[in-house]
Design a protein around this ligand. Sequence first.
Ligand SMILES: C[S@@+](CC[C@H](N)C(=O)[O-])C[C@H]1O[C@@H](n2cnc3c(N)ncnc32)[C@H](O)[C@@H]1O
Length: 261
Amino acid sequence: MSRYLFDNTDARTPDRFSVLESCYDPFSRRQLQLTGLAPGWRCLEVGGGGGSLGDWLAQQVGPGGEVTITDLDPRWAQSRPHPPQVRLLRHDIVNDPLPGEGYDLIHARLVLLHLPERLDVLDRLVAALRPGGRLVLDEFDCTWTPILAAPDEESASLFQDLHSALLTQLEKAGADVRWGVRTHAAMTKAGLHEVTSMTYGESWAGGGKGISLHRVNMQQAREGLLADGVTEAQLTRFYALLDDPAFVVNSYPLISTRGRA
Ligand SMILES: C[S@@+](CC[C@H](N)C(=O)[O-])C[C@H]1O[C@@H](n2cnc3c(N)ncnc32)[C@H](O)[C@@H]1O
């Protein structure tokens, strides 16, 4: 049974979506364009979060197309207006029947990573494509976050220790923190053709927007972190480090994999 660690009831969720949109939407849009995305297409955006990519897809498919944005908890996407060709659904991709079939394009970013049932979900997504339809999965390798600069070695160790503790929380909730590097093989095994991947990363300096993803994630996992022995003092030092411009870490690499049914 999936238990999404960063559930959308938390008031800090818009901070997460805002980082994901500003850092990764331009890259995700480019990958979606590479599928041949065209006016009239029927698209499914799974676990659409704030809904920015679903809205962008709607612009590309135009009034003759259709975009269904699903989410387990769509409250943040509901809080903004969408083009008329967007249908927004509260939907659990693990337990609910898919909202349609014969899609030209299905996209999900950072959703299957969290789901213990990800391989079953993948099979169901592939089955919901029309012949020749495209699936694009954008996923992180959460383990590859090299530190590019640090004020001292102690700070670098603090980041690494607390980040490892966060990954443990994710794994306890059923996430595969290396799913990004396993997606390509899984999509091939699921029967897709012409499977190809591209990866995006950037530097995240203390005080900048991107690095604040670590703050919101750590804050939301706080209870489990403290239960596992992380101290308040460590968390305070960690948050201060995220504000220090002398500290620079590589973003999570977003590995975008696409294939054809
Ligand atoms: C890390 S966020 C990513 C949001 C968005 N895809 C993005 O990249 O900006 C994961 C999203 O997946 C949704 N989600 C988690 N489990 C889900 C499920 N079983 N079915 C549908 N959506 C789910 C969450 O509610 C959340 O909005």
